[in-house]
Design a protein around this ligand. Structure first.
Ligand code: BG6
Length: 525
């Protein structure tokens, strides 16, 4: 355990930028009655409001098909904010937190509901009229010149993206990039179902918007600990010289969830873990771990380096997939509402990847993601090579020397740990493996903010650093599509069952033991 002293923060212009309140704007959420809005978006926005980071002239309009009154919509959001944001905002409730309840009342004044059909031009025309009225009301008393700023969030099933994009364009809700007020569109992952559909979607986006108006969100990039990967690598001199095939034996990226698919049975059955996690979250993390130093800490410089990693991923085609990928499904998944009774959709995947360049030649990247596992943990483990020669006498001591492991804990218990060998006190020479550990909560005395808080405000500020660029999305699909084709098109492809609460199927361990490696244990943490 290390003693940690936090020294004054070294901050560049980015810190000043972060304190900046965005310009007045309206946020329209398509799919406002859905899970994402209640679970993530509104709790995050409420926290941003509490932090005083929303402009005074700010409105959220929920767009959905359901016939709801504004009051009923606001009530449903309040439940989400309480349940998923952990705020006690109900002033009728027994555990009333007065300040949160007052804050919620003030925040809810900014919320509206718009009932509409995604295919219906008139729904968009009515929405446009509302935005015009809201802007007129906002302009009164505002010294800001550009009050007519619009942010559209596509939180619907991906099959609706094309329809919504073309209606946004046709109705004039999204305006040209050189108009005085800005228009920005946020699209949730998965961006497409495979390479061809992602390319078609990118074409549709390009015909409706300028690239600078589109924000492809992968909320992993908004996580503090994911951003810390770049800081750890490039703000410290000690890691970078070791960050290559000469010193690193293997890299493991794990995203394990304890929960199953909950109420998202039909979405998940269609999507599966490879589209839900690997194509986006895990490949984003992998690119940050493997990329070269960018020429500047700027959106495109960072994205350029990440794209190079995705391009260097060794393609797995046809039967090559068989020796690199293991799929699993937890028992009970087929009984979830909305899942086909004979579904072969994987809820677990383990994959052995390689980045073909000088830095990483010969270093395996082991990726794994799964639902209903024994614990919740998202982390990267960098395993260093063993010492070339053991100085400490006979077999027993040397065998117990474990290689050094640097663990970047993305969640929960965010932090960084380094395992190293240490002399056990006493006359005899004995070596113990010890852990030097840094935890965010303990070191900084506060919880790290939710990724959506950061990302929503970034869109309002026009900062695309933490969003995916079209070429990166397509390269990730280019890598993963042949894997999906093998898994989904071959009826004999094995999908191994595992019990909920296990760390995936046994066959996934064999994928690594073949090469003398093993997964980090998740249970019993
Ligand atoms: C989403 C996936 O992108 O990320 C979900 O669709 C998953 O299946 C979620 O549960 C995990 O997010 P987090 O931030 O809780 O790790």
């Amino acid at each position: 355990m290390c003693a940690l002293r936090i020294e004054p923060t070294v901050s560049g212009h980015a810190a000043a930028e972060h304190a900046r309140i965005p310009e007045p704007c309206v946020l329209v959420i398509f799919g406002a009655s859905g899970d994402l809005t209640h679970r993530k978006l509104l709790p995050a926005l409420f926290q941003v409001f509490r932090d005083g980071l929303l402009p005074e002239c700010f409105r959220v309009i929920g767009f959905a098909r359901s016939d709801l009154s504004r009051e009923a919509f606001v009530d449903s959001l309040r439940e989400g904010v309480e349940r998923f944001g952990g705020f006690g905002v109900d002033d009728a409730g027994a555990n009333e937190d007065t300040s949160s309840a007052q804050m919620w009342r003030a925040f809810s004044e900014h919320i509206d509901y718009h009932q509409g059909e995604y295919e219906d031009a008139d729904s968009y025309r009515r929405l446009r009229e509302r935005l015009v009225q809201m802007n007129a009301a906002c302009k009164t008393g505002s010294s800001d010149k550009h009050t007519d700023n619009r942010m559209f969030y596509l939180a619907t099933p991906p099959s609706l993206y094309m329809t919504i994009l073309s209606n946004l364009k046709l109705s004039g809700l999204v305006r040209p990039v050189d108009d005085p007020g800005w228009s920005r569109v946020v699209v949730e992952k998965p961006f497409g179902r495979n390479l061809a559909s992602a390319q078609a979607l990118n074409d549709a986006v390009r015909s409706a918007l300028d690239e600078s108006q589109i924000y492809r969100i992968d909320h992993y990039l908004g996580k503090e600990t994911v951003q810390n990967i770049l800081v750890l690598r490039f703000a410290n001199a000690i890691f970078e010289p070791l960050w290559n095939r000469n010193h690193i034996e293997s890299v493991e990226i794990t995203a394990a969830e304890e929960l199953g698919v909950e109420k998202r049975g039909s979405f998940y059955d269609e999507t599966g873990v490879i589209r839900d996690f690997v194509q986006n979250h895990l490949l984003e993390v992998l690119s940050l771990i493997a990329m070269e130093q960018p020429v500047a800490f700027q959106a495109d410089a960072i994205r350029d380096e990440k794209v190079k990693v995705l391009r260097a991923l060794r393609r797995l085609t046809g039967t090559e997939v068989d020796s690199h990928v293991i799929c699993g499904q937890y028992e009970g998944f087929r009984q979830v509402k909305g899942v086909r009774p004979d579904s072969r959709t994987p809820t677990y995947v383990a994959l052995r990847a390689h980045v073909d360049n000088w830095r990483w030649q010969g270093v395996p990247f082991y990726l794994r993601a799964g639902k209903a596992m024994s614990g919740r943990a998202t982390e990267v483990s960098i395993r260093f090579r063993r010492v070339p020669f053991c100085l400490f006498g006979e077999g027993d001591v040397c065998e117990r020397l474990s290689p050094n492991v640097l663990t970047l804990r993305i969640q929960p218990d965010e932090g960084v740990g380094l395992r190293f060998g240490c002399k056990t006190p006493g006359d005899a020479l004995s070596v113990s493996n010890v852990l030097m550990d840094f935890g965010y909560a303990k070191a900084f005395g506060k919880k790290t903010p939710d990724a959506y808080q950061r990302l929503l405000v970034d869109v309002m500020r026009g900062d695309a650093t933490l969003f995916s660029r079209s070429d990166a999305v397509e390269h990730a699909w280019r890598y993963i599509t042949p894997v999906l084709e093998r898994v989904e098109n071959d009826p004999a492809w094995p999908v191994y069952f595992y019990e909920p609460g296990q760390d995936g199927p046994r066959e996934a361990n064999e994928l690594l033991t073949r090469y003398g490696h093993h997964w980090t244990t998740l249970s019993g943490r």
